[in-house]
Design a protein around this ligand. Structure first.
Ligand code: NAD
Length: 493
C-alpha cells in the first residue's frame, strides 16, 4: 500500500515530529485506506517558518507573473495527467460517485490554468496610476502578495477546495501552508507531489495532514501567518476568526448554508425536479451551497412532489466506483448518525416524510442512506433552518412572489439561492432581492472558476474564484511621489 505517513515541508517529505499517524477510511466499505501523517504544533511551526523564509527570501514572490504562471500550468498539466487516478483516490477517500470526482479533478486542473492566466496579467495590471487632485504629486496603486497564507479546507471537495486556495495564493506570489481535512487527506498529499514535480520552489507550498485541533488550530494561531483562508463549518470558522483577530490577520471564510430554491408555477415540472435533485443530491448533499430549502408555488406543488418522489426513488446508490451510481455514502460514521438524527427530528416536527431516510436494503456496509424528501416543512422547524449537509431536501408551498422572497431570505445564512420561472423579468427581480452571494436562475449549483464565490451573513467573508479569488491574496500599496521642484515650505519658509 502507498504510504501517506509523511508531511510535505520545505520541499521535502518528512516524518511528523511526534511520528503520529491517523487512519483515513473508505466510507463505502468502512475499511481503512491508509495511515496518514498526523501533524502537531511542532510540524506547523516548521512548515510556517519554511513558508515564511520562502516568502521573505525565496524566489517565488520575486518571479514575474509569467514565470509563476509556467509553474501553475505545469501543476494543472500534472493533475490532468493523473486525472483518473486522482479521481479514484477522491472516490475512495470521500465516497462521491466517480463521474463527480472526475469533474472535480478536471476543475481543479482548470483552476490552476485559470490562475496561471491571471498571474500573467498581473505583470501588466499590478500597478495602476491613481489620479490626484494636486499636480505636485503622482501616485500609483500596486498589488503585492499578502505573504504567508494558511489554508484549512473541508472534506466535501478535497482536491478542488485545495485548488481554490492554492492556485490563487501561488498566482499572487504568496507562499502557503495547506491543511486538508483529516477525513479526506490523500489528494492534498498527491497535490504536493505534483507541485514538486512542477518545480515549485521549496517552501512555497507545504502540506500538513492532521486533526483540526492538533494541526488546524496551531496554524490559525501561528504569528508568522499573514492570512487565513478557511472553508468548513460556522463554529470552526468563528474560531479561525478569533485566532485571526488576535494578530489582525487577513481572513476569508467560506462557511455553511441553507440555500433556498424558489420554483414558480410557470416552470416546466421536469426541469424543476431535475434541478431540485441536482441542487441537493449531487455530492450526497454534502455541499455548502446545496439548495436544501425549496419553495414551490402552490399550483404545481403536488405535481412537483409526486415527480420528485418518483425520480428520487430511482437514484442508484452504491460504491462511487461502480458504474451508474449517482449517490455515494455519507463521509463518516459520525456524519451518517448526525444526518439520521436530523431526519428523525424532521419527522417529529410536523414535516411530511415523502421518501427516503433508510439504509438501502442492498448495502449492509458503508454510510449509505436513501435520499430524503420532506414536504410541508414548517417554517419554524429545525430541519427548515439548520444545515443538515446530507441528501435531505425540505419543501413547502408558497402563494406569491413577496412571500417566497421573504421566506427565502429568512435565514442566518446567505451562500446560495436559486429561482426558476419562464418569466425573465420575475427571475431578474427575485435574483436581485435574494440576500445571497450566489444566485442561480433556472438551475442550481453549476460553478465556474471565473465567477465570484462566497456568502452573505453567516455564510462567510470574502470571495473566492475569479479575479476576486486572486484579490483575496493581494495587498494594495500606494506609492506616492512628490514631483515638484519647489520646497514643501511648511516649516522651512
Ligand atoms: P469543520 O469546520 O470541523 O472542519 C473543516 C476543517 O477545519 C478541517 O480541515 C478541520 O480539520 C479543521 N478544523 C477543525 N477544528 C479546527 C480548529 N479548532 N482550528 C482549526 N482548524 C480546525 O467541518 P467538518 O467537521 O469537516 O464538517 C462539519 C460541518 O461543517 C458540516 O456538517 C457542514 O455543516 C460544514 N461544512 C461546510 C463546508 C463548506 O464547504 N462550506 C464543507 C464541509 C463542512
Amino acid at each position: 500500500m502507498k504510504t501517506y505517513a509523511r508531511l510535505f515541508i520545505d520541499g521535502r517529505w518528512v516524518v511528523p515530529a511526534k511520528s503520529g499517524t491517523f487512519e483515513t477510511i473508505d466510507p463505502s466499505s468502512e475499511q481503512v485506506i491508509a495511515d496518514v501523517a498526523a501533524a502537531t504544533a511542532e510540524d506547523v511551526d516548521l512548515a510556517v517558518k519554511a513558508a515564511r523564509k520562502a516568502f521573505d527570501e525565496g524566489p517565488w514572490p520575486r518571479m514575474s507573473g509569467a514565470e509563476r504562471a509556467a509553474v501553475l500550468r505545469r501543476i494543472g498539466k500534472g493533475i490532468r495527467e493523473r486525472l483518473q487516478e486522482l479521481a479514484e483516490i477522491e472516490v475512495r477517500d470521500n465516497g462521491k460517485p466517480l463521474p463527480e470526482a472526475l469533474w472535480d479533478v478536471g476543475d481543479a486542473a482548470g483552476c490552476f490554468e485559470f490562475y496561471a492566466s491571471l498571474a500573467e496579467q498581473l505583470d501588466e495590471s499590478a500597478e495602476a496610476p491613481v489620479n490626484l487632485p494636486d499636480d505636485r504629486f503622482s501616485s500609483i496603486a500596486r498589488k503585492e502578495p499578502v505573504g504567508v497564507a494558511g489554508a484549512i479546507i473541508p472534506w466535501n471537495f478535497p482536491l478542488l477546495m485545495a485548488a481554490w486556495k492554492v492556485a490563487p495564493a501561488l498566482a499572487a506570489g504568496c507562499t502557503m501552508v495547506l491543511k486538508p481535512s483529516e477525513l479526506t487527506p490523500l489528494s492534498a498529499l498527491e497535490l504536493a507531489d505534483i507541485a514538486a514535480a512542477a518545480e515549485l520552489p521549496a517552501g512555497a507550498l507545504n502540506v500538513l495532514t492532521g486533526l483540526g485541533k492538533d494541526a488546524g488550530a496551531p496554524l490559525a494561531e501561528h504569528p508568522l501567518v499573514d492570512k487565513l483562508a478557511f472553508t468548513g463549518s460556522v463554529p470552526t470558522g468563528s474560531r479561525i476568526m478569533q485566532a485571526a483577530a488576535r494578530d489582525i490577520k487577513n481572513v476569508s471564510l467560506e462557511l455553511g448554508g441553507k440555500s433556498p430554491f424558489i420554483v414558480f408555477d410557470d416552470s416546466d415540472v421536469d426541469a424543476a425536479v431535475e434541478w431540485i435533485m441536482f441542487g441537493i443530491f449531487w455530492n450526497q448533499g454534502e455541499v455548502c451551497s446545496a439548495t436544501s430549502r425549496v419553495l414551490v408555488q402552490r399550483k404545481i406543488y403536488e405535481q412537483v412532489l409526486e415527480r420528485l418522489k418518483e425520480q428520487t426513488q430511482k437514484l442508484t446508490i452504491g460504491n462511487g466506483l461502480q458504474e451508474g451510481v449517482l449517490l455515494g455514502p455519507l463521509i463518516s460514521k459520525g456524519h451518517f448518525q448526525k444526518v439520521h438524527e436530523a431526519v428523525k427530528r424532521g419527522a417529529t416536527e410536523g414535516a411530511r416524510l415523502l421518501v427516503g431516510g433508510s439504509r438501502p436494503a442492498h448495502l449492509d456496509k458503508g454510510y449509505f442512506m436513501e435520499p430524503v424528501v420532506f414536504a410541508d416543512v414548517p417554517l419554524d422547524s429545525w430541519i427548515w433552518n439548520e444545515e443538515i449537509f446530507g441528501p435531505v431536501v425540505c419543501i413547502r408551498p408558497f402563494d406569491d412572489e413577496a412571500e417566497a422572497v421573504r421566506e427565502a431570505n429568512d435565514t442566518r445564512f446567505g451562500l446560495g439561492a436559486a429561482v426558476m420561472s419562464r418569466d425573465n423579468a420575475r427571475c431578474d427581480r427575485v435574483a436581485r432581492a435574494l440576500r445571497a452571494g450566489i444566485v442561480w436562475v433556472n438551475c442550481s449549483q453549476p460553478t465556474f472558476t471565473e465567477a465570484p464565490w462566497g456568502g452573505y451573513k453567516q455564510s462567510g467573508i470574502g470571495r473566492e474564484l475569479g479575479e476576486w479569488g486572486l484579490n483575496n491574496y493581494l495587498e494594495t500599496k500606494q506609492i506616492t511621489r512628490y514631483d515638484s521642484d519647489k520646497p514643501w515650505g511648511w516649516y522651512i519658509k
